[in-house]
Ligand binder design. Structure first.
Ligand code: HEC
Length: 397
């Protein structure tokens, strides 16, 4: 029953989280595109009023004329829209989902004793520490190197690389990818909460006192929102990566994640430049090349020698069914004991179900070694070799 409730909670929060994230990232993409597409106003009175750029849109059956005031309009409008709740709700729902899924079941999801032998309390504290420290260090980098955009960009890139390496040496691969994504997403939301919105509030306050707002707040906010833009594609990959064991289960999973995240940032850069009217095709081309490098690198190797050593004669499903019974059925069953329902709908209760899933069993338990999850059921290499021998001999009945 508890598992069933967790599954529904998971579904409800995930649905909310994805919708909130679409709203946030959609708005953020829109403003990056808008900002980069603005043209200097031709109209002299418009320029005199402080409009630094404008853009005409046709959308949804109407014409829109967007105008950007730099630093601010002469007087504050009565109604001013603030973009903050999509960001905050994305973070809150993401953190809730992370808590329900990962923090409630650290042994299953956070810990892989082949990566680092730690207890559940240490694992939970490390995960939370990662998110908090992630922001604190990043914010410190911005404060120290903030006057030099390029240098700061390099520092942030190196910092993300170090965080990826560390996470992959502390947590189970699946969790490590998600935690790096959650760390970047926390930085993005914290940028909105601690820097961008307070800066805008100071600008508005100055205007209410009929003073000219200090442009430093606008500049700082812009710098953080530029970082946010480059984080979006890497974060979305990290959030999806859970379903792709060929990436996070690789022995050099940290390097694979770094390659794909860099690819995401390069592809984002292409769009940022294109909105300015510069189509730099080498950017997406190098992004795709990096993903291809990751693809080739993660290509499954044959495990035949290991299998031959284990078993010269062919095995039958009856020989390997007890292995699955002992190591997998706690989760992959019509009535699992460790999960609310069979994950990914994969069930190994009968010989027929095992045969049907032979290819997937081979892939997950032999090639990727991503199952059993976190090896909570302590599957041995010898058992994996037996599964390999059975599959490679044609998965016989
Ligand atoms: C602690 C629970 C747990 C155990 C034990 C476990 N699994 Fe899984 N398994 C999962 C979860 C969770 C997923 C869903 C992962 C995802 O969403 O991609 C999954 C997914 C799978 C999938 C589907 C992956 C795909 O995308 O095709 C296969 C196949 C699989 N497991 C095989 C196994 C085998 C074989 C074993 C035993 C050697 C095993 N699992 C043991 C939790 C477990």
């Amino acid at each position: 029953m508890a598992g069933f409730v967790t599954d529904w909670l998971n579904l409800a929060i995930r649905w909310f989280h994805v919708v909130a994230a679409i709203a946030w990232i959609g708005e953020s993409f829109y403003f990056v595109a808008l900002d980069n597409s603005l043209k200097k106003p031709k109209d002299a009175p418009l320029a005199a009023r402080g409009v630094s750029g404008e853009l005409w849109h046709v959308h949804g059956g109407g014409f829109y004329n967007m105008q950007k005031y730099m630093v601010a309009p002469p007087a504050l409008p009565d109604h001013l829209h603030w973009s903050k709740w999509p960001s905050y709700t994305t973070w809150m729902s993401g953190f809730a989902l992370f808590t329900v899924l990962y923090l409630f079941a650290p042994d299953t999801y956070l810990i892989d004793r082949n990566v680092l032998d730690m207890g559940p309390v240490v694992a939970i504290a490390s995960a939370l520490g990662f998110l908090a420290a992630g922001w604190i260090v990043y914010d410190a980098l911005c404060r120290v190197f903030g006057s030099n955009d390029r240098l700061l960009g390099l520092c942030v890139g190196a910092y993300v690389l170090a965080a990826i390496w560390l996470a992959c040496h502390v947590f189970a691969g699946r969790a490590a990818y998600l935690i790096v994504g959650a760390m970047l997403a926390t930085i993005m939301s914290a940028n909105v909460f601690f820097v961008i919105i307070p800066g805008q509030r100071k600008m508005v306050d100055a205007m209410l006192k009929r003073q000219t707002p200090d442009p430093i707040y606008g500049k700082r906010g812009k710098q953080r929102s530029v970082h946010n833009t480059y984080f979006t594609l890497p974060v979305v990959f990290a959030m999806l990566s859970n379903h792709y064991a060929m990436t996070y289960a690789h022995p050099y999973n940290w390097a694979v994640l770094a390659l794909i995240m860099l690819a995401g940032a390069l592809i984002r850069q292409f769009f940022v430049m294109r909105h300015r009217g510069e189509a730099r095709w080498y950017l997406p081309a190098s992004g795709i090349a990096l993903v291809l490098v990751a693809l080739v690198w993660t290509m499954p190797r044959s495990v035949a020698p290991q299998a031959q050593a284990a078993q010269a004669s062919a095995l039958h499903v009856a020989d390997i069914a007890p292995i699955l019974q002992g190591r997998c059925v706690a989760c992959h069953s019509a009535h699992p004991s460790l999960m609310g329902s069979a994950p990914a709908g994969v069930v190994f209760d009968t010989h027929e179900q095992i045969e049907q899933n032979a290819q997937r069993i081979y892939q997950q338990a032999v090639q990727l070694k991503s199952m059993p999850l976190g090896n909570v059921t302590h599957m041995t290499d010898d058992e994996r070799a037996k599964l390999a021998a059975w599959f490679e001999a044609g998965a016989q009945q």
